[in-house]
Write a protein that binds this ligand. Structure first.
Ligand code: PBG
Length: 329
């Protein structure tokens, strides 16, 4: 049917009719807030590379979680900030290291009122800043998995709800799954970053966890954005190895991949709206070139429309406030 019988604007003339026909929605429970946790007390220190985001000591983290729960944000993703570092990141396998300590305190206080997801990688804890143990100038796959398994076990013991390996070592999902199952943690889901590109969009994040690479890059383990179908094998392997949902990172710039994954695989997808996107929007909105919350909402909707069921976003708090006020666009 064509104009004038068909007039697509009939469904756009007022906000009630527009919302009646909209089919993509964001709920506060779709949002996962990434949080940086550091040692010390009463610390809420703004992160230079991520204005508006903070490093929290555990006491202040507990107050933040109170606020998140009151906004109906049900999930957090924890990153450790550690001044102490070593060659292989073993430091994070100690149950007195920052994230296991934080998880214990969170779970004591909030139990199941908040879902605690821990990012599992060594890069915040290695002296050279790489994601694992270096052998012959490169991250050694199998040695790195050994440390990751130990770290995963420590996280599980401390009460973590979900483990999210972000290292991109081959085979890590299956080996971590086995380790958790052997130690009676079969109920803990694994959400690997199955599709993680070697991206310049992570720049501001590295400042947040004081991670600088002495030399080299992450291209021998993270994926090349010049490949259009490599993601299929990554996901097939993770599903085969027992993952429960997958994370795709970055989400923006890779919406094509999210959409194809949604069509091809029956697995929940979580999109990560990463630090570089956050920082670009922040700068442009400081210059009054764009509206930070409106543009972020548009991006989050695009990630959902592409097929993600949840989104990791540094803007979770402002967005949740908008959703709670029924003021979403
Ligand atoms: C750790 C990790 C990174 C991010 C999440 N987990 C950095 C990296 O892999 O280099 C980036 C998140 C962001 O940019 O917001 N491996």
């Amino acid at each position: 049917m064509n104009y004038p019988n068909s007039r697509l604007r009939r469904l756009r003339y007022n906000s009630n009719i527009r919302s009646l026909v909209e089919d993509v929605h964001i709920k506060t429970s779709d949002l996962i807030y990434p949080v940086f946790v550091c040692e010390g007390e009463n610390i809420k220190q703004e992160i230079k590379s991520l204005p508006g985001q903070f490093r929290y000591s555990i006491d202040n983290l507990l107050s933040l979680i109170e606020e998140l729960i009151s906004l109906n944000i049900n999930s957090i993703l924890l990153f450790g900030v550690s001044d102490k570092k070593d060659e292989s990141g073993d430091i994070a396998c100690d149950n007195k290291s920052i994230i296991p300590k934080a998880i214990k305190r969170i779970k004591e206080k909030y139990k199941n009122d908040i879902l605690v997801i821990a990012d599992l990688c060594n890069c915040s804890y290695t002296s050279h800043g790489h994601c694992g143990t270096i052998v012959d100038g490169d991250v050694d796959n199998d040695l790195t998995i050994k440390t990751l398994c130990k770290q995963a076990f420590t996280l599980a013991e401390s009460g973590v709800d979900v483990i999210a390996p972000s290292d991109m070592m081959d085979g890590r999902t299956g080996i971590i799954r086995k380790e958790l199952d052997n130690k009676k943690f079969h109920k803990i889901p694994i959400f690997p970053y199955s599709v993680k590109y070697a991206s310049s969009f992570y720049g501001p994040f590295r400042g947040a966890v004081s991670n600088t690479l002495d030399k080299g890059d992450r291209k021998t383990h993270q994926m090349s954005f010049k490949n259009s179908s490599e993601y299929i094998r990554e996901i097939e392997q993770d599903i085969y190895e027992g993952c429960d949902a997958i994370i795709i990172k970055p989400a923006l710039s890779y919406l094509d991949i999210i959409s194809k994954v949604k069509q091809k695989f029956n697995i929940p997808i979580i999109g990560y709206n990463v630090s570089g996107v956050y920082a670009m929007i922040k700068s442009a909105s400081n210059e009054k070139l764009i509206d930070e919350t409106e543009i972020t909402l548009e991006i989050l909707y695009s990630i959902k429309r592409a097929g993600a069921s949840a989104i990791i976003t540094y803007n979770a708090i402002e967005i949740a406030k908008k959703i709670n006020d029924n003021n979403v666009l």
